[in-house]
Unconditional design. Structure first.
Length: 192
């Protein structure tokens, strides 16, 4: 996997592995976007950062969809009290993928995949790298319920709520202001 970075918005660089995982998570069907894994050409483009060459097989796509669903449960769990359970589901689904340590370069250790689907293995290595680096918590779902785009939060304090302030954040703030204003007009019952 490449080690370059992608740039999003004004916040700064997004590591290449994080950008690839965000791309995979956003390949799902949501608010205004169809599932990109439903067509072979789009699926190949989504999986290219993970080593996909040519068109992916139906079996690979089924496994990638299941892994993507597990990862989405970890990013935004429906049951926030079961974070360990969501991680365990991902581990169980990818149990057939094994790695071996390679110490062939002096002063360098690398994990090399020895079994399992190579594309899914690269997805798992990317996720593991984000977790190990302490950056997994930077993956978020946009707080706009009508949007729900996954993004990588590059803010220092990791407090970004919207994938795009101009699109989702501004709309939310204007809507909240209008709701407050409507409740405070003379002759209008207050919203207490």
């Amino acid at each position: 996997m490449a080690t370059s970075t992608a740039r999003t918005g004004d916040d700064g660089p997004v590591p290449a592995r994080a950008a690839a995982v965000v791309g995979l998570l956003n390949s799902r069907s949501y608010s205004f976007s169809p599932d990109q894994l439903d067509t072979a050409e789009q699926a190949a483009a989504v999986l290219l950062p993970f080593g996909q060459e040519g068109m992916p097989s139906p079996q690979r796509l089924d496994l990638v969809r299941a892994v993507r669903a597990d990862l989405l449960d970890v990013v935004d769990p429906s049951d926030r009290t079961d974070s360990a359970g969501h991680w365990a589901a991902l581990a169980g689904r990818t149990a057939s993928i094994t790695f071996r340590q390679d110490f062939s370069a002096p002063g360098h250790a690398e994990l090399r995949q020895v079994t399992g689907d190579p594309v899914v293995g690269e997805i798992i290595q990317s996720v593991a790298a984000l977790v190990t680096e302490g950056n997994w918590s930077r993956l978020r779902l946009c707080a706009n319920e009508e949007c729900r785009v996954v993004f990588y939060d590059t803010s220092r304090n990791r407090s970004r709520r919207w994938h795009s302030y101009e699109f989702c954040g501004n709309r939310a703030n204007v809507a909240a202001y209008r709701a407050r204003s409507a409740g405070s007009r003379p002759g209008t019952p207050s919203a207490r």
